[in-house]
Write a protein that binds this ligand. Structure first.
Ligand SMILES: [Zn+2]
Length: 232
């Protein structure tokens, strides 16, 4: 039996919290982070030559049409985690996701942080988004959600159905302003493996990097014989 001193455990936890507070990120999700949230979906079964592109924070009036056109060129399917408020503003773009064969998921009504929000407010926000987004899939904004919130979302007590919490395996960092588009692309390419769930953003903050990376990812992996599939 091993014994880990409580102060060591606390130091480990504090180090982890300060790491993520500084808006740093890990390109490839490590096993230990997946273990902290065992009920979540982090990657798909490593089906040969299949990747799962996901886009957060849409729909957006200028960015969404670009993404949909790029995906269409490669017959690629993707999963869009939408903000309820944006779906209310751009319902026609939300309909396009579905009409063009993609999957949609709930990303809360107002893009709130689960670590900074009490459970009742958080779950109500998810429920409000579920009125506009019909989906079994949920991704927490910033990936920040408590175990208690996960439990409630998974057991079906919110949004009339049990939700599957979808995290990711590859985080592009496309929202980081001082990351060059080329570096963002190369970092992703160096880490991607079969069955990975990749996160990109439909946001103005990410636009410079995302519009550079997406066409290149589609082209490069299509040439290697990969297909792009939606989750679910
Ligand atoms: Zn988001």
């Amino acid at each position: 039996m091993t014994f880990i001193a409580p102060h060591y455990q606390k130091a480990k936890k504090d180090a982890l919290i300060s790491f993520f507070k500084k808006d740093r990120f890990l390109i490839k999700t490590p096993w230990w982070l997946k273990k902290l949230y065992p009920g979540c979906l982090w990657d798909m079964a490593a089906e040969a030559k299949t990747l799962y592109l996901t886009f957060d924070d849409g729909p957006h009036p200028a960015i969404t049409p670009f993404v949909l056109e790029e995906l269409k060129r490669y017959n690629a399917k993707a999963t869009f985690f939408c903000i309820g408020d944006h779906v209310m503003k751009y319902p026609e773009l939300y309909c396009r996701y579905i009409q063009e064969g993609h999957a949609v998921g709930n990303h809360t009504q107002n893009h709130i942080n689960g670590w900074k929000t009490d459970d009742i407010t958080y779950l109500k926000d998810v429920e409000n988004a579920a009125v506009h987004i019909q989906s079994d899939l949920f991704r927490p904004p910033y990936g920040r959600i408590t175990r208690q919130q996960i439990r409630k979302l998974c057991n079906g007590s919110v949004a009339d159905r049990p939700l599957i919490i979808v995290m990711w395996n590859i985080l592009a960092g496309d929202w980081v302003p001082d990351l060059s588009p080329e570096k963002c692309y190369q970092r992703m390419k160096s880490k991607i493996t079969d069955g990975d769930i990749v996160v990109l953003h439909e946001s103005e903050k990410a636009w410079d990097r995302m519009r550079y990376c997406l066409p290149r990812l589609l082209e490069y992996y299509s040439r290697l014989g990969y297909q792009f599939a939606k989750i679910g």
